[in-house]
Design a protein around this ligand. Structure first.
Ligand code: 5GP
Ligand code: ZN
Length: 113
């Protein structure tokens, strides 16, 4: 997608602190972190949100979750970390390229705001 911020970060057309990448996903530091660790994990493939994913994307979505778990392990977040997909403006989504938030390094309340 030509006009997508996260496609551009993935393509390294605009700067981003990429902390992990493989053949399916890339992960980078959130520019406005909401916790000591705040990483976004996105597929190279552009989707607006989970709503646009199809059955054929099941393995990719599972992979995104496993990358989050692996990064959490790597960063010693095992006391508690949060993984969040915001889907749609009403849920707080502001960038319409699917991304999983991985947040850790502090305690979290439930329910979220
Ligand atoms: P959303 O609100 O769509 O769930 O999450 C979008 C996230 O992207 C926000 O946490 C926001 O801080 C982050 N973000 C927005 N613009 C940029 C950017 O240019 N670079 C990086 N690294 N993160 C961004
Ligand atoms: Zn995109």
């Amino acid at each position: 997608m030509n006009d997508c911020l996260f496609c551009k970060i993935g393509a390294k057309k605009i700067p981003g602190k990429i902390v992990y990448e493989d053949d399916r996903v890339f992960a980078f530091e959130d520019i406005n972190p909401q916790a000591p660790t705040h990483i976004l994990i996105s597929p190279w493939k552009h989707f607006s949100s989970l709503t646009d994913a199809a059955q054929e994307d099941a393995a990719l979505l599972g992979h995104i979750l496993l990358v989050a778990a692996s990064l959490a392990r790597e960063r010693n977040l095992l006391e508690g970390y949060r993984t969040v997909f915001n889907n749609g403006a009403g849920a707080g989504q502001s960038v319409f390229h699917l991304h999983l938030h991985l947040l850790g390094g502090r305690t979290f309340r439930w329910p979220p705001g």
